[in-house]
Design a protein around this ligand. Structure first.
Ligand code: DC
Length: 231
């Protein structure tokens, strides 16, 4: 059978990207991180001074959109794709706390979503892609052959994000990270447009007690069980 589309949605920091990258590498598929796109818009707005002290006017963000050009390049070293904002590799900068603190509100702006979703659909038009985010299975690719909805215990998610940031030399307190996860989950599930919801045909994966290897194994088995050939 020809290549399929795999949508991985779920709460903040529950390992969606880690699983999506491993799955893409295993299948020889492309990987796309839709959250990185919203993070780029947020980073650009922060740099331009449009977001100040955690507040902004949506109209000012919308005005910036024509100046934002996103691209993605495979990084041989990390075996994953890096995100470029106007030609600059911003993979590290978009993970900063200042971006995390504002990205949910920026991603709720209609015009921002329209522009990012257009890019996402273009990337996925030939299938053979694993994309992770919040509305991939429910909205971006409603006809994806495999939809996974990921969740995990909040403390486990906080610890994972804490370890990830620490390993990158970013020292943010555990409580600050936990508060950010909880507030982003609330905003992402309660926004008007394309909120985070479990698509009707999505399979729930709670990875609180699963290793990365177990998660990958589980999803590969799902693909086989669906009798989907993934050559
Ligand atoms: O996956 P992430 O944590 O990097 O995503 C950052 C934010 O972007 C998330 O809090 C909500 C938003 N987002 C979205 O609205 N829709 C998506 N498909 C992906 C992310």
């Amino acid at each position: 059978m020809s290549k399929i589309t795999i949508a991985i949605d779920g709460y903040s920091s529950c390992g969606k990207s880690t699983l999506a990258k491993a799955l893409a590498a295993h299948l020889g598929y492309a990987y796309a991180d839709s959250g990185a796109m919203y993070r780029c818009v947020t980073l650009f707005a922060l740099r331009k001074g449009v977001i100040k002290d955690g507040s902004f006017l949506p109209a000012e963000i919308i005005k910036l959109l024509p100046e934002i050009h996103l691209s993605f390049e495979f990084n041989q070293h990390t075996k994953s794709s890096d995100t470029f904002l106007n030609g600059e590799n911003v993979e590290k900068d978009i993970r900063q706390m200042s971006v995390s603190e504002n990205v949910s509100q920026v991603s709720a702006i209609h015009e921002v979503r329209v522009q990012m979703i257009a890019i996402q659909r273009k990337l996925g038009k030939n299938r053979g892609i694993v994309m992770d985010g919040r509305d991939i299975g429910s909205n971006v690719f409603p006809d994806a052959e495999l939809k996974i909805f990921m969740t995990a215990d909040t403390d486990i998610r906080t610890q994972r994000r804490y370890d990830e940031l620490s390993s990158k030399g970013q020292h943010v307190s555990y409580s600050e990270i936990k508060a950010n996860l909880i507030s982003r989950d609330h905003e992402d599930t309660h926004r008007k447009e394309n909120p985070l919801v479990q698509a009707k045909d999505a399979i729930v994966l709670d990875n609180t007690e699963l290793t990365r290897e177990q998660q990958l194994e589980y999803v590969i088995k799902l693909i086989h069980d669906l009798t989907l050939s993934v050559s």
